[in-house]
Design a protein around this ligand. Structure first.
Ligand code: SAH
Length: 253
């Protein structure tokens, strides 16, 4: 795969423009000159072959040589609701979730949440998504949704979707009896690989008993990832990987 660049403006005509970080990456980091051939994507699902036509102070202009739809998405949408960890662990989570194909990341506001993403923090997460998307070859961006209260997230996921609520099994706050192992939950009959799936992962302090009860009441399945307590980002990635790797991608049809 040749080096890939993201155009924030949808590419519709015979030319594309790169500005800011992308132009900098192309001209300063890759040291591309006029005539260089690169791959472009704009998040629409298409991939474009481009040739550098002009480099100036404003950015880079490219001729679009070819366009084709290349689908590297999961067979069904995967919504990752997670109480975000802090700092670098947040970046790691966003990067890996993008690579594994998550469709949408929803920062959850829980009773014990610590990091509440501000608009500027969200923009930073979107930049991590773009970097990971360039690297892994997706032609759609994982959406970074506005933060949502856990309550809203639990209530708005459609009942017809698979809804998995990650719950530490020996959590003294209760309901261990209703917790299924993730493997058992995923192999249940009637769950086709292209099912729309919602997952919820709590903050470092865990979900409160009220939150666990609310999930159960809303019809979410409480799932365990084993007897060890995982960090937020490990739990999120374990879930995303297990679900994503079971979903057929269109290429494997
Ligand atoms: N201090 C908390 C642990 C929080 S871990 C406690 O003792 O309960 C952060 C989140 O990761 C949890 O809310 C849960 O959603 C998820 N998680 C971590 N380990 C898990 C496991 N073994 N099974 C299921 N979910 C887990």
């Amino acid at each position: 795969m040749s080096e890939r660049f993201f155009s924030e403006t949808p590419i519709t005509g015979p030319r594309a423009e790169l500005r800011g970080a992308e132009a900098h990456h192309l001209t300063r980091v890759m040291r591309a000159a006029v005539g260089a051939e690169v791959t472009l994507f704009d998040g629409s699902g298409q991939e474009f072959a481009g040739r550098v036509a002009r480099i100036d102070r404003e950015g880079v202009t490219l001729d679009i040589v070819a366009a084709r739809a290349v689908n590297r998405e999961l067979a069904g949408p995967l919504h990752l609701g997670v109480a975000l960890p802090k700092g670098d662990r947040q970046r790691w989570l966003v990067e890996k979730a993008t690579e594994l194909g998550a469709t949408r990341l929803v920062p959850l506001i829980c009773e014990r949440s610590v990091a509440q993403p501000t608009p500027s923090a969200r923009a930073r997460l979107e930049r991590f998504v773009i970097e990971a998307t360039k690297q892994c070859g997706r032609n759609r961006l994982m959406e970074v949704a506005a933060p949502s209260t856990l309550e809203d997230y639990l209530a708005t996921a459609p009942a017809a979707a698979r809804r998995l609520f990650a719950h530490v099994p020996d959590d003294p706050s209760g309901s261990a009896a209703q917790t299924t192992s993730l493997a058992a939950a995923l192999s249940q009959a009637g769950h086709a690989p292209n099912y729309e799936t919602f997952v919820a992962i709590g903050p470092e302090g865990g979900f409160t008993p009220t939150e666990v009860a609310a999930a159960h009441k809303n019809g979410w399945q409480l799932v365990s990832l084993g007897p060890r307590t995982l960090r937020v980002e490990s739990a999120a990635l374990a879930l995303v990987a297990a679900i994503a790797l079971r979903k057929r991608s269109d290429e494997e049809d």
